[in-house]
Design a protein around this ligand. Structure first.
Ligand SMILES: [Zn+2]
Ligand SMILES: [Zn+2]
Ligand SMILES: [Zn+2]
Ligand SMILES: [Zn+2]
Length: 348
């Protein structure tokens, strides 16, 4: 590849990654930027951006063989310094089309157009002038890579195509949550954290009857002061054996009152299903009144996510609703005050 050869010794050092794999030969004409046919089809906005930037884009770009399918018997594991397959400016995954300067600095297309001019900023920092060009060969090369999920230590066995790796990372259900108990550094996927909190810190966990079905229980009317008072809820997915973990957040409010909310224990809040929760508190029946006349107060709200339960902070930060449980809604007196809560969690 011309752009690699131009970089000399330094470029060869910087591009050891490329030495590990044969790259598709690409004829690059002097001063002309060639856009991969597939890239023109799949990323028309990027191609338009290239034209706006003054690059020459042939109407009929030469066709390039599609990346070989990722058959397991043709794949080889390779250890690579992450910096060698990331954008040299934002350190994120590269996106097609990939731009490269003569010294081999690669940038993703969003970084390429975030800054004015076509000069490589990494070279500029070292007092060298170098311009970016589109490198279809790198797009072809990276298109054949399968990247392991960084949550592999937490149980994720997924390998994603390089250009979709960040999509998986955002949605990975194994992303670690942390134990917020003082002095404990445990981190693990939500199911692992559930096992840790119940096994090592003796948190109580209630199995919910399923999404859309309610559970009624009595919980202490004061914010949990001891680990034993923490409450978790586990909802089993109907399909598969996935278990979703929720935590009950309680804080004191007013003279003997409390506020209650629910948060989903997960680290990737923006991915995956969103949840809603119905929370009802039932007051004690007035003395001498017939059964069933007790007052109830409730809310229906979307559910916050928290990566470090108990999650009061997560619920506090967002615009999430809390159920106010007034002192007269409490059952019992003093330290033995409890709330009678009905909880229903469903998918939005
Ligand atoms: Zn970037
Ligand atoms: Zn450079
Ligand atoms: Zn994963
Ligand atoms: Zn812990």
């Amino acid at each position: 590849m011309g752009s690699v050869a131009r970089g000399g010794v330094e470029a060869r050092e910087e591009l050891q990654l490329l030495d590990l794999f044969p790259l598709v030969h690409h004829e690059e004409q002097e001063g002309e930027v060639v856009v991969h046919q597939e890239e023109q089809e799949t990323e028309p906005d990027k191609a338009a951006a290239v034209q706006e930037a003054g690059a020459i884009v042939p109407v009929e770009a030469p066709a390039m063989a599609a990346p070989a399918p990722a058959h397991a018997d043709k794949m080889r594991p390779v250890l690579v310094d992450k910096a060698r397959f990331s954008c040299s400016l934002c350190s994120g995954f590269l996106k097609r089309p990939i731009y490269q300067c003569a010294a081999g600095h690669m940038v993703c297309c969003s970084c390429r157009f975030k800054f004015r001019g076509n000069g490589c900023r990494r070279c500029c920092d070292r007092g060298v002038v170098s311009a970016y060009t589109i490198c279809p060969g790198l797009g072809y090369f990276f298109g054949g890579l399968q990247v392991p999920c960084p949550n592999e230590p937490y149980g994720c066995k997924t390998y994603s195509p390089y250009f979709k790796a960040d999509d998986h990372e955002r949605a990975c259900e194994h992303a670690p949550c942390r134990c917020a108990e003082q002095g404990c550094g445990f981190a693990g996927s939500p199911p692992a954290l559930l096992a840790h909190l119940t096994g090592d810190h003796f948190w109580a966990a209630h199995e919910m009857p399923g999404f859309g079905a309610s559970l009624t229980l009595r919980v202490p009317g004061l914010p949990a002061s001891a680990a034993q008072d923490r409450l978790l809820f586990v909802v089993e997915e109907e399909e598969g054996d996935r278990r979703v973990v929720f935590v009950l957040c309680v804080r004191s409010r007013g003279e003997g009152g409390a506020a209650v909310s629910v948060a989903c224990v997960r680290a990737n809040a923006e991915a995956g299903p969103q949840y809603m929760c119905e929370l009802w508190a039932q007051a004690p029946a007035p003395p001498g009144s017939p059964e069933g006349v007790a007052r109830r107060v409730g809310i229906e709200t979307d559910v916050a996510s928290c990566a470090a339960p108990p999650g009061e902070a997560a619920v506090e930060e967002g615009s999430w609703l809390w159920l106010d449980v007034a002192p007269e809604m409490m059952h019992g007196t003093g330290a033995s005050k409890v709330m009678q809560l009905s909880i229903l969690i469903d998918k939005l």
